[in-house]
Design a protein around this ligand. Structure first.
Ligand code: PLP
Length: 394
């Protein structure tokens, strides 16, 4: 399906900042410049090595300031998945115990926990409300005295629900005093204000590519030293082997600095998101917002919509064809449609329709939104007749 003439590819409208974000132009320019610097291995004693070490440690200091921790508590990794896996596997006791896991955790956390289950760990799922919140009582009911790890996310990647970690951490300390609290802040960092030192967590995972920094670098803040996933040459104080990419570390820290300097960014993104939802509801009045209403319990850049009368996958594909970059939390398998584990945890069903996540970023322009809504409505209206009465659950 194309909306424009066959020869004119539609102007791309990038509304998948929850997936990854374009590089901040200032970060890109600085990155390109530094890639041409004669830098050595940051662990070498010679001049180029010393310069790389300085770049790396300056980045560690800057990033720590923005996270609210100390530089010696920060481990550079390849991204959010590695940070979370290091936190879960690296803080474990010698003998298996119980792990409590939020029902809407990202697959990187779920799979890290599943690998622990294969080694004899018992896994307890913490249920969420219909909008994705974890209440103190749901957490309390799940925790056991022998819970050793608790995994919670500060901001949910699909529906954007924000968890009040600082309010839940005391529940963990009271009911499972020997446990480590691992927090996934991958979507939250720079969009939800927090300081690791006052969150009450033991480990906090972040990544650069969700905040207009580069792919390939993340970090883990850790209160206590961790066992490495791979030892390598003992880099990162023995917690993560492998030569550190000093230039990527610089870019990560610079992206955090630029996001913090853009003091109006969260308000702007929330206004853009609200305008986008209004545009969509104007052309698709039966669409509904999934999750928490816009406000303090929802990521400022996230709109997640349920559109009745058609499944998610064909809609996402049709949107891709007309240049709208969006994502869905659902998959089609052998002709039956099913929703993502996150939507299942909320009690949502595939028969309800297409679930579409539209996420804006710091550089999204207001004029892109009416056009995105127009293309979305055209796709929905073109597909609906083909699915009349055909939506079945798996
Ligand atoms: N956690 C959340 C909430 C995410 O959204 C993602 C990425 O989609 C990850 C973890 C994994 O991060 P990365 O892509 O840097 O490995």
């Amino acid at each position: 399906m194309t909306l424009d003439s066959a020869h004119d590819a539609p102007r791309p409208l990038y509304l998948d900042h929850g997936g990854t974000t374009p590089l901040d132009p200032g970060v890109l320019a600085g990155l390109v410049e530094r890639l041409s610097w004669p830098l050595g291995n940051p662990n070498a004693a010679h001049g180029p090595g010393t310069r790389a070490r300085r770049l790396l440690e300056d980045a560690r200091r800057t990033l720590s300031e923005h996270l609210g921790g100390r530089p010696e508590e920060l481990v550079f990794t390849s991204g959010g998945t590695e940070s979370i896996t290091l936190a879960v596997r690296g803080c474990t006791a010698a003998s298996p115990g119980r792990i409590a896991l939020g029902a809407t955790e990202h697959s990187s956390t779920r799979t890290a926990v599943e690998s622990m289950a294969e080694q004899g760990w018992a896994v307890d799922t913490i249920p969420v409300t219909a909008t994705g919140l974890i209440t103190a009582s749901a957490l309390a009911d799940t925790l056991r005295p022998d819970t050793r790890i608790v995994c919670l996310m500060l901001a949910q990647n699909e529906i954007g629900t924000i968890t009040d970690i600082a309010a839940l951490a005391p529940v963990v300390r009271r009911l499972a005093p020997r446990s480590k609290l691992v927090v996934d802040a991958v979507q939250a960092f720079t969009k939800v204000p927090f300081r690791v030192s006052s969150l009450g967590a033991d480990c906090v995972a972040v990544t650069a590519h969700k905040m207009h920094g580069p792919l390939g670098i993340g970090a883990l803040w850790t209160r206590a030293p961790l066992k490495p996933l791979f030892k390598g040459g003992g880099q990162e104080r023995g917690q993560r082997g492998g030569t550190q990419p000093a230039v990527l570390a610089w870019a990560f820290a610079e992206a955090a600095r630029a996001a913090a300097a853009d003091t109006d960014a969260c308000h702007r993104m929330a206004a853009l998101r609200d305008a986008l939802v209004a545009e969509v509801l104007a052309v698709l009045p039966d669409a509904t917002l999934t999750g928490e209403p816009p406000g303090p319990s929802r990521l400022p850049n996230n709109a997640h919509l349920c559109i009745p009368g058609l499944p998610s996958e064909p809609l996402i594909n049709a949107l891709a064809e007309v240049g709208v970059c969006a994502s869905a939390g659902a998959a089609c398998s052998t002709g039956k449609f099913r929703v993502s584990p996150t939507l299942q945890a909320l009690g949502r069903r595939a028969e309800e329709g297409a679930f579409v996540r539209l996420t804006v970023g710091r550089f999204t322009r207001p004029d892109e939104l009416p056009e995105a809504a127009r293309r979305l409505a055209a796709c929905v209206n073109a597909l609906r007749p083909a699915y009349a009465g055909r939506l079945t659950a798996r």
